[in-house]
Design a protein around this ligand. Sequence first.
Ligand SMILES: *[C@@H]1O[C@H](CO)[C@@H](O)[C@H](O)[C@H]1NC(C)=O
Ligand SMILES: *[C@@H]1O[C@H](CO)[C@@H](O)[C@H](O)[C@H]1NC(C)=O
Length: 280
Amino acid sequence: MGTGVWGRLLLPVAAALTLHVKLPGSWGARIIGGREVVPHSRPYMASLRFGGQHHCGGFLLRAHWVVSAAHCLTHRDPRTGLVVLGSHALSAAEPTQQVFGIAAVVRHPDYHPTTHANDICLLRLNSSAVLGPAVGLLALPRRGTRPPKAGTRCRVAGWGFVSDFEELPPGLMEAEVRVLGLEICNSSWKGQLSPAMLCTHSGDRQRRGFCSADSGGPLVCRNRAHGLVSFSGLWCGDPKTPDVYTQVSAFVAWIWDVVQRGSPQPSPVPGTSRPPAGDA
Ligand SMILES: *[C@@H]1O[C@H](CO)[C@@H](O)[C@H](O)[C@H]1NC(C)=O
Ligand SMILES: *[C@@H]1O[C@H](CO)[C@@H](O)[C@H](O)[C@H]1NC(C)=O
């Protein structure tokens, strides 16, 4: 891999740092303080790739819908992206892998790149995933549920680098973290957070959390996707800048609305034209 890889993979953190006066310098782009999971034990994990490189995470919600972070698609042509499911070690040719093109991207209409508010998007795959032991769905929070309370134990997984030298992790990594109250988190972030965000910290003296190429991946609390990796600070895992996620429970209605509208009448693939649907 060439040195140009950094520019692409660190884009999510670079974008996050527009909130922040510091320059990106933490190249420890990885799940911090985590461990490798049992292969295929998180079958909902998706790897979003551009130019053959892992760029972001996401999760499989329905056989042809993946949820990720909106910032993962910034300055990207979705037609050049691939979504890989059923993977553990990304570099290996794994027979469990299923690879898809992206037929459509639905970004949240109120996504704000500078504040990272509403950092969520839905990717419609160009065909349906075949569900099985290595590829499965992750549930959303139930409609109307509140985000998990401060102190709740959750897990975040991703394929971010494991060293300062572009070293890929041996496989999917995961860290256990605890939900941090939004008010405390907001004061750590000097009042820059918006309401539909969720924060975590390690809850002890260890550094644990996510880093750049983990963007878009789910924070799983009680077997449901309660967060999407959105941004963190200069030093990944630094308790002074707690990890910030998109608060998925705030978007459940929007997500189901998109999925229900998108499924029976797929939106046109970019570059093609079609007459509008019947009663539109
Ligand atoms: C979906 O996209 C992938 C990757 O570009 C491609 O290999 C595959 O043939 C496409 N499948 C369909 C059904 O269009
Ligand atoms: C964070 O603090 C700022 C400044 O006090 C406030 O304007 C903002 O609404 C707060 N955000 C949240 C999510 O409470």
